[in-house]
Write a protein that binds this ligand. Structure first.
Ligand code: DGP
Length: 142
């Protein structure tokens, strides 16, 4: 299927919709998920217009994976959690609701169930607070 340039993440990349950003470089953007499955749930996306991991170029995939690792380390430190879940879906049949490649970086604690996927909007102020902590952890690491 052809890439849909009207998907939400494409609009965020073009600056047509806001996001709570934690990191950006030439090839990637990372921001808070507005419907988090846990506090600190962050998304990493490539800037390339790719729907999923099956159709992205190797260079953009490489950049996105590397940034996902950096963001995951920062989220772990910022949110003080023992575990990080990285999730990535390809196609609606696999649970993908936004057709632009993204990596979910989700903090995990023992005994804390994941919230429902893409269900409840978070308080924007809380997202900003988490983003500030994650940005600080990223800055410390670099
Ligand atoms: P998936 O269902 O795996 O394609 O994940 C899409 C995620 O994107 C889901 O966790 C909710 C999140 N999301 C949906 N709309 C927006 C939005 O407008 N802004 C942000 N930051 N996240 C969004």
């Amino acid at each position: 299927m052809a890439y849909d340039p009207q998907n939400i993440f494409a609009k965020i990349l073009r600056g047509e919709l806001p996001c709570t950003k934690v990191y950006e470089d030439e090839l990637t953007l990372a921001f808070m998920d507005v419907m988090p499955q846990a506090d600190g749930h962050t998304l990493v996306i490539p800037k390339e217009s790719a729907e999923g991991i099956l159709d992205i170029s190797p260079g953009s995939l490489d950049a996105a994976i590397r940034v996902t690792q950096c963001v995951a380390r920062a989220v772990k430190q910022a949110m003080q959690v023992p575990g990080i879940l990285i999730a990535q879906t390809n196609g609606a049949a696999a649970g993908q609701s936004v057709p632009h490649l993204h990596f979910h970086v989700i903090p995990r604690k023992p005994g804390e169930p994941l919230l429902m996927h893409a269900t409840t909007l978070a308080d924007p102020e809380r997202l900003k607070q988490f983003a500030a902590r994650i940005t600080a952890a990223l800055a410390q690491a670099s």
